[in-house]
Design a protein around this ligand. Structure first.
Ligand code: ZN
Ligand code: ZN
Length: 378
Protein backbone atom coordinates (compact mmCIF):
# COMPACT_ATOMS: atom_id res chain seq x y z
CA UNK A 1 0.00 0.00 0.00
CA UNK A 2 1.16 3.48 -0.88
CA UNK A 3 0.46 6.47 1.33
CA UNK A 4 0.85 9.96 -0.03
CA UNK A 5 -0.10 13.14 1.73
CA UNK A 6 -2.16 15.57 -0.32
CA UNK A 7 -2.84 19.13 0.71
CA UNK A 8 -6.52 19.53 1.50
CA UNK A 9 -6.35 23.15 0.28
CA UNK A 10 -4.71 22.87 -3.10
CA UNK A 11 -4.10 19.16 -3.70
CA UNK A 12 -0.32 19.42 -3.96
CA UNK A 13 2.03 16.94 -2.27
CA UNK A 14 2.93 17.56 1.36
CA UNK A 15 6.26 16.77 3.02
CA UNK A 16 7.63 16.84 6.55
CA UNK A 17 9.00 20.28 7.41
CA UNK A 18 11.99 20.53 9.76
CA UNK A 19 11.22 24.07 10.89
CA UNK A 20 7.58 23.70 11.91
CA UNK A 21 7.77 19.97 12.66
CA UNK A 22 4.54 19.62 10.71
CA UNK A 23 3.47 18.19 7.39
CA UNK A 24 3.71 21.10 5.00
CA UNK A 25 2.42 22.02 1.55
CA UNK A 26 5.07 24.07 -0.23
CA UNK A 27 2.56 25.40 -2.77
CA UNK A 28 0.06 27.09 -0.47
CA UNK A 29 1.88 26.91 2.87
CA UNK A 30 -0.71 24.76 4.67
CA UNK A 31 0.64 22.93 7.73
CA UNK A 32 -0.91 19.85 9.34
CA UNK A 33 0.04 18.86 12.88
CA UNK A 34 1.29 15.26 12.77
CA UNK A 35 0.23 14.28 16.31
CA UNK A 36 -3.25 15.62 15.66
CA UNK A 37 -3.42 13.63 12.45
CA UNK A 38 -2.34 10.54 14.40
CA UNK A 39 -5.04 11.08 17.03
CA UNK A 40 -7.63 11.34 14.31
CA UNK A 41 -6.20 8.26 12.67
CA UNK A 42 -6.31 6.28 15.93
CA UNK A 43 -9.91 7.29 16.43
CA UNK A 44 -10.66 5.89 13.00
CA UNK A 45 -8.91 2.69 13.94
CA UNK A 46 -10.54 2.32 17.34
CA UNK A 47 -12.62 -0.68 16.25
CA UNK A 48 -9.46 -2.58 15.58
CA UNK A 49 -8.92 -4.08 19.06
CA UNK A 50 -5.61 -5.69 18.15
CA UNK A 51 -3.87 -2.40 17.87
CA UNK A 52 -4.92 -1.26 21.31
CA UNK A 53 -3.88 -4.52 22.97
CA UNK A 54 -0.53 -4.31 21.28
CA UNK A 55 -0.11 -0.81 22.55
CA UNK A 56 -1.12 -1.78 26.08
CA UNK A 57 1.27 -4.71 26.05
CA UNK A 58 4.03 -2.43 24.85
CA UNK A 59 3.27 0.04 27.61
CA UNK A 60 3.24 -2.73 30.19
CA UNK A 61 6.61 -4.03 29.15
CA UNK A 62 7.94 -0.49 29.19
CA UNK A 63 6.85 0.05 32.77
CA UNK A 64 8.04 -3.34 33.98
CA UNK A 65 10.11 -3.30 37.11
CA UNK A 66 13.77 -3.64 36.20
CA UNK A 67 14.85 -5.31 39.42
CA UNK A 68 13.59 -8.82 38.64
CA UNK A 69 16.08 -11.59 39.38
CA UNK A 70 16.16 -13.42 36.03
CA UNK A 71 19.29 -13.61 33.98
CA UNK A 72 17.87 -14.50 30.61
CA UNK A 73 17.31 -12.16 27.68
CA UNK A 74 13.74 -11.19 27.10
CA UNK A 75 12.45 -12.81 23.93
CA UNK A 76 12.08 -10.50 20.98
CA UNK A 77 8.56 -9.24 20.44
CA UNK A 78 9.23 -8.36 16.82
CA UNK A 79 8.46 -10.61 13.94
CA UNK A 80 10.93 -10.93 11.12
CA UNK A 81 10.08 -9.58 7.72
CA UNK A 82 8.65 -11.79 5.05
CA UNK A 83 11.29 -12.23 2.38
CA UNK A 84 9.25 -12.71 -0.79
CA UNK A 85 7.64 -9.40 -1.41
CA UNK A 86 5.95 -9.30 -4.75
CA UNK A 87 3.85 -6.22 -4.06
CA UNK A 88 4.00 -3.58 -6.74
CA UNK A 89 3.65 0.03 -5.85
CA UNK A 90 2.20 2.77 -8.00
CA UNK A 91 2.29 6.50 -7.42
CA UNK A 92 -1.17 7.83 -6.50
CA UNK A 93 -0.17 11.08 -8.14
CA UNK A 94 0.91 10.09 -11.62
CA UNK A 95 0.30 6.36 -11.70
CA UNK A 96 3.95 5.53 -12.43
CA UNK A 97 5.46 2.34 -11.11
CA UNK A 98 7.54 3.01 -8.02
CA UNK A 99 10.86 1.29 -8.19
CA UNK A 100 12.15 0.35 -4.76
CA UNK A 101 14.40 -2.24 -3.26
CA UNK A 102 13.17 -4.60 -0.58
CA UNK A 103 14.36 -2.43 2.28
CA UNK A 104 12.75 0.85 1.24
CA UNK A 105 9.85 2.11 3.33
CA UNK A 106 9.71 5.72 2.15
CA UNK A 107 10.95 7.25 -1.08
CA UNK A 108 10.07 9.68 -3.86
CA UNK A 109 8.30 8.94 -7.11
CA UNK A 110 11.06 9.07 -9.72
CA UNK A 111 8.65 10.51 -12.29
CA UNK A 112 6.72 13.25 -10.50
CA UNK A 113 8.86 13.61 -7.36
CA UNK A 114 5.94 13.13 -4.95
CA UNK A 115 6.77 11.81 -1.49
CA UNK A 116 5.72 8.19 -1.14
CA UNK A 117 5.39 6.16 2.04
CA UNK A 118 5.07 2.39 1.63
CA UNK A 119 2.72 1.96 4.54
CA UNK A 120 2.36 -1.83 4.45
CA UNK A 121 6.06 -2.07 5.29
CA UNK A 122 5.54 0.17 8.32
CA UNK A 123 2.41 -1.16 10.00
CA UNK A 124 1.47 -3.96 12.39
CA UNK A 125 4.48 -5.95 13.51
CA UNK A 126 6.69 -4.05 11.10
CA UNK A 127 5.94 -0.66 12.62
CA UNK A 128 8.82 1.24 14.19
CA UNK A 129 8.20 2.25 17.81
CA UNK A 130 9.89 5.63 17.62
CA UNK A 131 11.29 8.19 15.26
CA UNK A 132 13.51 11.23 15.74
CA UNK A 133 12.43 13.66 13.02
CA UNK A 134 14.89 15.68 10.95
CA UNK A 135 15.84 18.96 12.60
CA UNK A 136 18.37 19.95 9.92
CA UNK A 137 16.79 20.90 6.60
CA UNK A 138 18.20 19.96 3.21
CA UNK A 139 19.47 23.47 2.54
CA UNK A 140 21.15 23.59 5.95
CA UNK A 141 22.84 20.26 5.21
CA UNK A 142 24.01 21.55 1.82
CA UNK A 143 25.38 24.72 3.42
CA UNK A 144 27.20 22.67 6.06
CA UNK A 145 28.72 20.47 3.38
CA UNK A 146 30.00 23.47 1.41
CA UNK A 147 31.51 24.95 4.54
CA UNK A 148 33.07 21.62 5.39
CA UNK A 149 34.69 21.46 1.93
CA UNK A 150 36.43 24.76 2.59
CA UNK A 151 37.44 23.83 6.08
CA UNK A 152 40.98 22.99 6.98
CA UNK A 153 44.26 24.56 5.94
CA UNK A 154 45.37 21.35 4.33
CA UNK A 155 42.35 20.81 2.11
CA UNK A 156 43.34 20.76 -1.58
CA UNK A 157 42.44 23.98 -3.38
CA UNK A 158 40.56 22.31 -6.19
CA UNK A 159 38.45 20.53 -3.62
CA UNK A 160 37.52 23.74 -1.84
CA UNK A 161 36.14 25.61 -4.81
CA UNK A 162 34.10 23.15 -6.83
CA UNK A 163 30.47 22.31 -6.17
CA UNK A 164 30.82 18.64 -5.58
CA UNK A 165 27.44 17.48 -4.38
CA UNK A 166 26.45 14.57 -6.57
CA UNK A 167 23.57 13.47 -4.48
CA UNK A 168 22.13 14.52 -1.14
CA UNK A 169 19.79 12.22 0.71
CA UNK A 170 17.82 12.60 3.91
CA UNK A 171 17.79 9.05 5.15
CA UNK A 172 15.96 7.54 8.10
CA UNK A 173 18.33 4.81 9.23
CA UNK A 174 16.82 1.86 11.11
CA UNK A 175 18.20 1.41 14.62
CA UNK A 176 17.42 -0.69 17.63
CA UNK A 177 17.43 1.11 20.97
CA UNK A 178 18.36 -1.44 23.60
CA UNK A 179 17.45 -1.40 27.28
CA UNK A 180 19.97 -3.60 29.05
CA UNK A 181 20.57 -4.73 32.58
CA UNK A 182 24.13 -5.49 33.63
CA UNK A 183 25.17 -7.28 36.78
CA UNK A 184 28.83 -7.30 37.61
CA UNK A 185 30.93 -8.85 40.34
CA UNK A 186 34.64 -8.19 40.74
CA UNK A 187 37.16 -9.49 43.26
CA UNK A 188 40.54 -7.82 43.37
CA UNK A 189 43.65 -7.64 45.47
CA UNK A 190 44.89 -4.13 45.94
CA UNK A 191 47.86 -2.63 47.69
CA UNK A 192 48.74 0.61 49.36
CA UNK A 193 52.43 1.32 49.69
CA UNK A 194 53.87 3.81 52.13
CA UNK A 195 57.54 4.69 52.61
CA UNK A 196 58.87 6.38 55.72
CA UNK A 197 62.14 6.95 57.56
CA UNK A 198 62.77 6.08 61.17
CA UNK A 199 66.27 6.65 62.49
CA UNK A 200 68.73 5.27 59.98
CA UNK A 201 66.19 3.05 58.32
CA UNK A 202 63.88 3.59 55.41
CA UNK A 203 60.76 1.47 55.77
CA UNK A 204 58.43 0.42 52.97
CA UNK A 205 55.06 -0.69 54.23
CA UNK A 206 52.73 -2.58 51.87
CA UNK A 207 49.16 -3.14 52.96
CA UNK A 208 47.03 -5.67 51.11
CA UNK A 209 43.29 -5.27 50.63
CA UNK A 210 40.65 -7.63 49.39
CA UNK A 211 38.34 -5.54 47.28
CA UNK A 212 34.87 -6.68 46.29
CA UNK A 213 32.45 -4.84 44.03
CA UNK A 214 28.97 -5.86 43.02
CA UNK A 215 26.96 -3.65 40.69
CA UNK A 216 23.53 -3.78 39.16
CA UNK A 217 23.19 -1.25 36.34
CA UNK A 218 20.42 -0.40 33.94
CA UNK A 219 21.14 1.15 30.56
CA UNK A 220 18.35 2.73 28.56
CA UNK A 221 18.24 3.15 24.82
CA UNK A 222 21.71 2.24 23.68
CA UNK A 223 21.49 2.76 19.90
CA UNK A 224 22.69 0.16 17.43
CA UNK A 225 22.21 0.62 13.68
CA UNK A 226 20.41 -2.18 11.92
CA UNK A 227 21.26 -1.27 8.34
CA UNK A 228 23.71 -3.28 6.23
CA UNK A 229 24.52 -0.30 4.02
CA UNK A 230 25.63 2.02 6.79
CA UNK A 231 29.05 1.57 8.30
CA UNK A 232 28.70 0.60 11.98
CA UNK A 233 31.60 2.73 13.20
CA UNK A 234 30.40 5.73 11.27
CA UNK A 235 26.91 5.39 12.75
CA UNK A 236 28.34 5.04 16.26
CA UNK A 237 30.29 8.23 15.76
CA UNK A 238 27.15 10.16 14.76
CA UNK A 239 25.93 9.79 18.34
CA UNK A 240 24.64 11.22 20.54
CA UNK A 241 21.04 11.79 19.53
CA UNK A 242 18.85 13.73 21.90
CA UNK A 243 16.01 11.54 23.10
CA UNK A 244 14.02 14.61 24.12
CA UNK A 245 12.74 14.52 20.55
CA UNK A 246 12.11 10.79 20.43
CA UNK A 247 8.55 10.72 19.09
CA UNK A 248 6.12 7.86 18.78
CA UNK A 249 6.37 6.69 15.22
CA UNK A 250 3.95 8.26 12.74
CA UNK A 251 4.23 7.84 8.99
CA UNK A 252 3.97 11.51 7.97
CA UNK A 253 7.43 12.11 9.50
CA UNK A 254 8.85 10.14 6.58
CA UNK A 255 7.15 12.15 3.84
CA UNK A 256 9.82 13.63 1.59
CA UNK A 257 12.65 11.46 2.90
CA UNK A 258 14.11 8.06 2.17
CA UNK A 259 13.51 5.44 4.82
CA UNK A 260 14.57 1.85 5.11
CA UNK A 261 13.59 -1.07 7.25
CA UNK A 262 16.08 -3.04 9.27
CA UNK A 263 18.42 -5.68 7.82
CA UNK A 264 19.34 -7.07 11.22
CA UNK A 265 16.91 -8.08 13.94
CA UNK A 266 17.43 -7.02 17.55
CA UNK A 267 18.49 -10.61 18.30
CA UNK A 268 21.18 -10.47 15.65
CA UNK A 269 22.59 -7.22 17.03
CA UNK A 270 22.51 -8.30 20.66
CA UNK A 271 26.13 -9.54 20.78
CA UNK A 272 27.34 -6.21 19.40
CA UNK A 273 25.42 -4.10 21.89
CA UNK A 274 26.39 -6.42 24.75
CA UNK A 275 30.07 -5.94 23.95
CA UNK A 276 29.51 -2.22 24.11
CA UNK A 277 27.64 -2.40 27.44
CA UNK A 278 30.32 -4.71 28.79
CA UNK A 279 32.94 -2.02 28.34
CA UNK A 280 30.68 0.53 30.11
CA UNK A 281 30.17 -1.77 33.10
CA UNK A 282 33.83 -2.72 33.25
CA UNK A 283 35.01 0.88 33.26
CA UNK A 284 32.33 1.81 35.79
CA UNK A 285 33.55 -0.86 38.22
CA UNK A 286 37.16 0.17 37.66
CA UNK A 287 36.23 3.78 38.42
CA UNK A 288 35.00 2.74 41.88
CA UNK A 289 38.33 1.11 42.83
CA UNK A 290 40.54 4.08 43.53
CA UNK A 291 43.21 5.18 45.95
CA UNK A 292 45.39 2.07 45.68
CA UNK A 293 48.98 1.73 44.55
CA UNK A 294 48.15 -1.38 42.57
CA UNK A 295 45.03 -3.25 41.54
CA UNK A 296 45.02 -6.87 40.53
CA UNK A 297 41.70 -8.29 39.35
CA UNK A 298 41.30 -11.89 40.53
CA UNK A 299 37.88 -12.62 39.19
CA UNK A 300 35.38 -10.75 37.12
CA UNK A 301 31.90 -11.78 36.21
CA UNK A 302 29.66 -9.58 34.10
CA UNK A 303 26.26 -10.71 33.00
CA UNK A 304 24.22 -8.59 30.62
CA UNK A 305 20.66 -9.26 29.70
CA UNK A 306 18.46 -7.67 27.13
CA UNK A 307 15.32 -6.12 28.58
CA UNK A 308 13.80 -4.53 25.55
CA UNK A 309 14.69 -3.33 22.06
CA UNK A 310 12.74 -0.63 20.28
CA UNK A 311 12.79 -0.34 16.52
CA UNK A 312 13.55 3.33 15.89
CA UNK A 313 14.31 5.49 12.86
CA UNK A 314 17.05 8.08 13.22
CA UNK A 315 17.73 10.94 10.75
CA UNK A 316 20.98 11.07 8.74
CA UNK A 317 22.02 13.36 5.89
CA UNK A 318 24.17 11.62 3.36
CA UNK A 319 26.10 13.52 0.70
CA UNK A 320 27.76 11.62 -2.12
CA UNK A 321 30.58 13.49 -3.79
CA UNK A 322 33.31 12.81 -6.32
CA UNK A 323 36.92 13.59 -5.75
CA UNK A 324 39.96 12.16 -7.51
CA UNK A 325 37.74 9.86 -9.53
CA UNK A 326 36.39 8.19 -6.43
CA UNK A 327 33.10 8.49 -4.63
CA UNK A 328 33.11 9.59 -1.02
CA UNK A 329 30.50 10.07 1.63
CA UNK A 330 29.86 12.93 3.96
CA UNK A 331 27.58 11.97 6.81
CA UNK A 332 25.69 14.26 9.16
CA UNK A 333 23.44 13.64 12.15
CA UNK A 334 20.07 14.95 10.91
CA UNK A 335 19.05 16.04 14.38
CA UNK A 336 22.16 17.67 15.84
CA UNK A 337 24.18 18.53 12.72
CA UNK A 338 27.23 16.59 13.90
CA UNK A 339 29.50 15.77 10.96
CA UNK A 340 31.60 12.67 10.52
CA UNK A 341 34.63 12.52 8.28
CA UNK A 342 37.37 14.89 7.28
CA UNK A 343 37.86 16.61 3.95
CA UNK A 344 40.69 15.19 1.84
CA UNK A 345 44.16 16.44 2.69
CA UNK A 346 46.58 17.85 0.16
CA UNK A 347 49.96 16.17 0.42
CA UNK A 348 51.62 19.06 -1.37
CA UNK A 349 50.22 21.48 1.21
CA UNK A 350 51.42 19.33 4.07
CA UNK A 351 54.92 19.17 2.64
CA UNK A 352 55.09 22.95 2.27
CA UNK A 353 53.70 23.46 5.71
CA UNK A 354 56.13 21.04 7.32
CA UNK A 355 59.17 22.45 5.54
CA UNK A 356 58.24 25.80 6.96
CA UNK A 357 58.80 24.56 10.46
CA UNK A 358 62.49 24.55 11.28
CA UNK A 359 64.04 21.74 13.22
CA UNK A 360 61.56 19.18 12.09
CA UNK A 361 63.43 16.08 11.17
CA UNK A 362 63.29 14.46 7.80
CA UNK A 363 62.22 11.25 9.50
CA UNK A 364 59.07 12.83 10.88
CA UNK A 365 58.20 14.11 7.44
CA UNK A 366 58.72 10.63 6.06
CA UNK A 367 56.54 9.19 8.79
CA UNK A 368 53.68 11.58 8.16
CA UNK A 369 53.85 10.99 4.42
CA UNK A 370 53.79 7.29 5.16
CA UNK A 371 50.71 7.55 7.33
CA UNK A 372 48.91 9.69 4.83
CA UNK A 373 49.78 7.28 2.06
CA UNK A 374 46.64 5.24 2.59
CA UNK A 375 43.04 6.25 2.51
CA UNK A 376 42.93 8.97 5.09
CA UNK A 377 39.47 10.22 4.43
CA UNK A 378 37.89 8.29 7.28
ZN1 ZN B 1 -1.52 23.33 -0.52
ZN1 ZN C 1 4.41 10.08 -9.36
Amino acid sequence: MVTQYKCSNCGDNMVYDTISGALKCHSCGREDNIEQMARQHNLDDSLDGMNKEDKEAALKSFNKDYSDPFNEDEPSSHSTFVEDEVAEYNCNNCGANIITDKQTTATKCSFCGAAVVLSDRLTGNLAPSYVIPFMISKSQAQEAFKKWCKKGLLTPNDFRVADRIKDITGLYVPFWLFDLNGKGEVKATCTRVRTYTRGDWIYTETKYYHVYRKVDLNYKRIPCDASKKMDDKMMDRLEPYSYARLNSFEMPYLAGYIAEKYDFTDQELLPRVKTRANSYIDSYIRSTITGYSSVQINSKNINIRNRKADYTLLPVWLVCYDYNQAEHNFVMNGQTGKIIGRPPISRAKIATWLLGISGLSFLLLRLITFFLGGDFLW
